[in-house]
Write a protein that binds this ligand. Structure first.
Ligand code: IMP
Length: 427
């Protein structure tokens, strides 16, 4: 029964909360399956705005059980800061479940993230600096620390020591930083044990049991397809698998349990950090999109790079993730342009590409081929049905559908929870 995955179709910040809002009270479990506190989900409830970096968005819905799956990397300082802040603001917070197999982000991961970026200079990835990459590197290198290790003090101390041995050489000899004391790290992690205990579970079993009981489980992806470590614009990617298949690995469910994959695409394109971005605008149109769309990172506050909709980028995400639906967000931000360019192909060294080239070098040299669609001037933020949209807006949506090869089931026309158009139900 309904296992629904929500995935970003571009480079993140597509406004995934919009689709979550549409599912509303019908969701029983909201599971984050990858990433850490590098994400930034903005949720508007009434006149209150909440920004969550680690917790799943379902945390604010008392009927939903929020889950941090095994594929997530958890900074416990951030986890409890977020929970405490929500409680302080009087939000009714659900009891999150945390996978015993999830890995932790510690001070040394954060330090390494920052020093490596500095060391890379111009070649830097532009990470969020939250220690996410180094924590995943440790996991794959089999020197990571899992949530369950915190419940066995002697194991924890041994693991922290082993993990730090090499890193301290690196920090001191290569990066010219002070060595980190293993006991300091272990003591800090141990200080969370009492608070953590009631939250820890075999979340794979919990989620599978929920699906057996016909509960609605929403797998909430952070980041996006093109930031995926395998499928994104490597090396300018995050260190995990945000794609839909990542939900199986990062939550511990089989592919047969996923019924629906909803891709979230912004009506234009944005990106933070480094990496190729063919439709990026460096002119006043780019500034205008940034201003109208309030395109500043929810985690780092960095201005986002802005550009026109790139159909090739979304089409390739639709293919690799098996999108059943697309939710198109921020369509209202395109109001007021006479013509709206949409990228329908690339030109690379005189050769036309109708799909994303597999070679990163080609992608770096891709020049967009634009189709210019008619714009609209009407305020669409009050529209609640597709038919209420101006004819040109409808035509824009229909053309994108053709180009990406997937139906557009939802449209965002403003930041408010109710400012959406549902063309097809998402459940
Ligand atoms: P990291 O995930 O902090 O290692 O950063 C790697 C890349 O992913 C950088 O380009 C970040 O800007 C990008 N990134 C990570 N999280 C997000 C997100 O939530 N939205 C958009 N970009 C992100």
């Amino acid at each position: 029964m309904p296992g629904i995955v929500i995935v970003g179709a571009q480079w993140g910040d597509e406004g995934k909360g919009k689709a979550t809002d549409q599912l509303g009270d019908r969701v029983d479990y909201c599971v984050r399956y990858s990433g850490g506190n590098n994400a930034g989900h903005t949720i508007h409830v009434g006149d209150q705005k909440y920004v969550m970096h680690l917790l799943p968005s379902g945390i604010l819905n008392p009927g939903v059980t929020p889950v941090l799956g095994n594929g997530v990397v958890i900074d416990l300082d951030v986890l409890y800061t977020e929970l405490d802040e929500l409680a302080e603001r009087g939000a009714e917070v659900s009891h999150p479940l945390i996978s015993s197999n999830a890995h932790v982000i510690t001070e040394f991961h954060r330090t390494l993230d920052k020093v490596t970026e500095r060391f890379l200079g111009k070649a830097k990835i532009g990470t969020t600096g939250r220690g996410v990459g180094p924590a995943y590197a440790d996991k794959v290198n089999r020197v990571g620390i899992r949530i369950q290790d915190l419940f066995d003090e002697s194991i924890l101390r041994r693991k922290v020591e082993a993990s730090l041995e090499q890193k301290n050489h690196l920090l001191v000899k290569v990066y010219n930083r002070r060595a980190i004391e293993p006991d300091e790290i272990a003591d800090h992690l141990l200080s969370f044990v009492d608070r953590l205990r009631p939250h820890v579970a075999d979340t794979s079993r919990v989620v599978n049991d929920a699906l057996d009981q016909d509960k609605v489980v929403l797998f909430e992806g952070a980041q996006a397809h093109h930031l995926d470590v395998d499928h994104g614009t490597y090396p300018y990617v995050t260190s995990s698998n945000p794609i839909a298949a990542g939900a199986c690995v990062g939550a511990g469910v089989g592919p047969t349990r996923i019924d629906r994959v909803i891709g979230i695409a912004k009506a234009y394109t944005t990106r933070v950090g480094s990496g190729p971005f063919p439709t990026e605008l460096f002119d006043e149109d780019g500034d205008k999109l940034r201003e109208i769309g309030a395109e500043f990172g929810a985690t780092t506050g960095r201005p986002r790079r802005c550009g026109w909709f790139d159909a090739l980028v979304v089409e390739s995400a639709a293919k690799a993730n098996g999108f059943t639906d697309v939710f198109l967000t921020k369509l209202d931000c395109l109001t007021g342009w006479d013509k709206i360019p949409v990228c329908v192909a690339y030109e690379v060294n005189g050769v036309r590409h109708d799909v994303m080239p597999y070679s990163q070098t080609d992608f770096h040299h891709a020049t967009p081929v634009y189709e210019f669609l008619d714009g609209w001037t009407e305020d669409i933020s009050g529209c609640r049905t597709f038919d209420e949209l101006p004819a040109n807006t409808q035509a824009y949506v229909k053309r994108l559908e053709e180009l990406i090869g997937c139906r557009i089931s939802g449209i965002g026309v403003g930041p408010g929870r109710e400012q959406s158009i549902l063309v097809h139900d998402l459940l």
